[in-house]
Write a protein that binds this ligand. Structure first.
Ligand code: NAD
Length: 297
């Protein structure tokens, strides 16, 4: 059993912290907006970032984006007050640049730090079945692995610092582009008089086959569990996808790499969000492509 500070108890952080408690750890949580729910025995709520760090061998952060991670770690934050030798794990999805800057500063001050963004969403956080993409030194990965195993099923070492974030945004860029491609095909099929099921039956066993089609189909019917069957209730929201696409575009700009389809995907998701649909599942991009954004959901 370890004492763990858990900073950021939002949609993802709270269930993750609870799973650490279930695994026998003592968890000292902190959030600038404390959760409005009763907390279980070994999960306590600290009055400040600094109080949560007291005696913690491991510090986990699950914050919205790069600016909050910078604020929590730098200046008078975690790097100034974490106990000597503590392992630092940032599970937030943030820009690669900030992840590398904060990790370099942590190293400078003698801490092992890894970036460990997740995929699997709130369901994965609740069910302790997240995938963690871990960037940082091997020694940091080895120390983080048993802690992360209490919250996830798959823990992958993706290489140097920031590579966890890199893996996450590259994967999500593929996902967004493939979802748009599949959605365009269904919209065209509708106009050509081809039924959803027929296109699905052909493409799912042909070269158009991909996860966006076979596991997360953007039209109702062929894949009963996909969000299209429940009015595009998220799932993974269009707003979250837009955030990740923007991170991918920022990283591509930094690296001087052209990602034209990634850029187009970011534009399309921005249009969907500005039409008031950011709360819907990201597969609702088909509504934008079909031109039926005027429905209430
Ligand atoms: P959230 O907004 O529900 O939770 C973030 C929490 O951090 C909030 O409760 C907020 O009050 C707190 N916070 C902000 N600044 C803080 C600070 N300086 N100190 C302490 N607490 C602070 O967000 P979430 O859905 O839990 O997502 C967290 C991260 O996980 C994001 O980076 C997101 O992109 C990523 N992520 C989310 C999902 C998902 O499905 N929700 C899936 C994969 C990855």
């Amino acid at each position: 059993m370890a004492t763990i500070a858990f900073i950021g108890l939002g949609h993802m952080g709270l269930p993750m912290a609870r799973n650490l408690v279930k695994a026998g750890h003592k968890v000292q949580g902190f959030d600038v907006r404390p959760p409005d729910v009763a907390l279980d025995g070994a999960l306590s709520l600290a009055a400040s970032n600094r109080a949560a760090l007291k005696g913690a061998e491991t510090v986990i952060t699950m914050l919205p984006a790069g600016p909050q991670v910078g604020e929590a770690f730098l200046a008078d934050g975690i790097l100034a007050h974490a106990q000597k030798g503590a392992l630092l794990i940032d599970c937030s999805t943030i820009d690669v640049k900030t992840a590398r800057e904060v990790a370099a500063e942590a190293q400078e001050r003698g801490f092992l730090m890894v970036d460990a963004p997740v995929s699997g969403g709130v369901g994965g956080a609740e069910g302790a079945s997240l995938t963690f993409m871990v960037g940082g030194e091997k020694a940091g990965f080895e120390r983080a692995k048993p802690v992360l195993e209490a919250m996830g099923k798959k823990i992958v070492h993706t290489g140097a610092s920031g590579n966890g974030q890199a893996a996450k945004i590259c994967n999500n860029m593929i996902l967004a582009i493939s979802m748009i491609a599949v959605s365009e095909a269904f919209v065209l099929a509708e106009k050509l008089g081809l039924s959803h099921q027929t296109l699905f039956d052909v493409a799912s066993t042909s070269s158009g086959q991909c996860w966006s089609l076979t596991s997360y189909c953007p039209v109702p019917g062929p894949v009963p569990a996909s969000p299209a069957n429940r009015d595009y209730k998220a799932g993974f929201t269009a707003a979250m996808m837009l955030k990740d696409l923007r991170l991918a575009q920022a990283a591509a700009g930094e690296a001087g790499v052209g990602t034209p389809l990634g850029a187009e995907a970011a534009t399309l998701y921005a249009l969907l969000a500005s039409a008031g649909k950011g709360h819907l599942d990201f597969s609702s991009i088909i509504k934008l492509l079909r031109g039926d954004l005027n429905t209430s959901n």
